[in-house]
Design a protein around this ligand. Structure first.
Ligand code: GDP
Ligand code: CA
Length: 317
């Protein structure tokens, strides 16, 4: 079993490559649910849906999130009623949240509902929410405390992030299926998702970090792909978020951020000069092309990362 940890767009891109590179039933993707929120009574899970649509081949390739060809009529109607409706939730995308909400209200856990939705869309990888218990990422910014979607979507991540609080994390344990997948992991891949806003929530739910460390001590290498290339994020605020936390906006900062969790880190040719410093931290660098422009890029990078992980596993005493 290969286990990937993912947020939204960056995570979905690599997860898609992994799904193409691996046989069916050998990939589990553990996804951030800290961005989840209630919207007009609907339970919206942005990162789970981004990964699900991407793996199903239904994602809007231009945005990275949402469904290709989706329309915006429901939101237009909300606006006619005078609603601000700043969160873009397309008409078809809304159907996913409608169904999820109904099934959750019937008492099913999010992991089961997610499995049902993903299977119906033909996703063969196992898609797992980090926890069945809701956890909400609250961002403390220069403009005050904001819910994740207020910070990210409404205010377009323009505010400096001072700190992040995970509401409900104390009582949230890792989804049982996520722990089971990690117990069988041959490698753990940390996707190029936002280290602070996407990956930290995943690692913060009860038992998750310990399970990753357990997989690591059982011989499964933990390999991350840098979300930072040449000092910049491909998309979103990860560079500024790392700097605000006192880490460099570079693969070296990413290596330091993950610390003793990592065995290896894939970084871009643009950052090759940092490879010796990364190696000096005890993290094996893999210098390659880590920008995923299309499906072929995703699969190529996924294969390189899997080969690299296999090599690290083989090198273990
Ligand atoms: P979000 O929920 O959509 O913000 O999702 P993520 O946290 O998964 O994705 C945002 C991160 O993905 C950003 O930090 C980007 O730099 C990174 N990212 C997006 N596309 C790519 C890519 O093609 N290659 C790499 N290495 N990182 C990427
Ligand atoms: Ca997200």
């Amino acid at each position: 079993m290969i286990v990937a940890l993912a947020g939204g767009v960056g995570g979905a891109r690599l997860a898609h490559g992994l799904a193409r590179a691996l046989p069916p039933d050998s990939l589990s993707v553990i996804v951030n649910t800290g961005d989840d929120f209630d919207h007009y009574g609907l339970r919206v899970c942005p990162d789970l849906d981004t990964v699900m649509y991407t793996l199903a081949g239904l994602a809007n390739e231009a945005t990275g999130w949402g469904l290709a060809g989706d329309t915006d009529a429901a939101r237009g109607m909300l606006r006619r009623y005078g609603e601000d409706a700043w969160f873009w939730l397309g008409d078809r995308d809304m159907a996913t949240s409608l169904l999820r909400t109904r099934r959750l209200r019937a008492g099913r856990p999010l992991s089961q509902v997610t499995a049902e939705l993903a299977a119906a869309l033909g996703v063969t990888a196992t898609l797992l929410p980090m926890s069945d218990t809701p956890v909400a990422t609250i961002v403390s910014t220069s403009a005050g405390p904001l819910t994740f979607q207020e910070y990210f979507v409404r205010r377009r991540h323009q505010d400096a992030v001072l700190d992040v609080r995970l509401e409900g994390v104390e009582s949230a344990t890792a989804a049982a299926a996520a722990l089971a997948a990690l117990a069988q992991a041959e490698a753990v891949i940390i996707c190029p998702s936002n280290p602070l806003l996407s990956v930290r929530p995943v690692l913060s739910v009860g038992g998750m970090r310990a399970a990753v460390m357990g997989a690591k001590s059982a011989g499964a290498p933990v390999v991350a792909v840098s979300p930072i290339i040449g000092g910049r994020t491909v998309k979103g605020p990860a560079a500024g978020n790392l700097e605000a936390q006192g880490f460099a906006a570079s693969p070296l900062g990413v290596a330091r951020w993950y610390g003793d969790l990592l065995d290896g880190l894939a970084l871009d040719h643009a950052d090759a000069a940092l490879a010796p410093e990364i190696a000096a931290l005890g993290v094996r660098p893999l210098v390659t092309d880590i920008l995923m422009r299309d499906a072929a890029d995703r699969e190529r990078l996924a294969r390189e990362v899997l080969d690299f992980a296999g090599m690290l596993r083989g090198a273990r005493p």
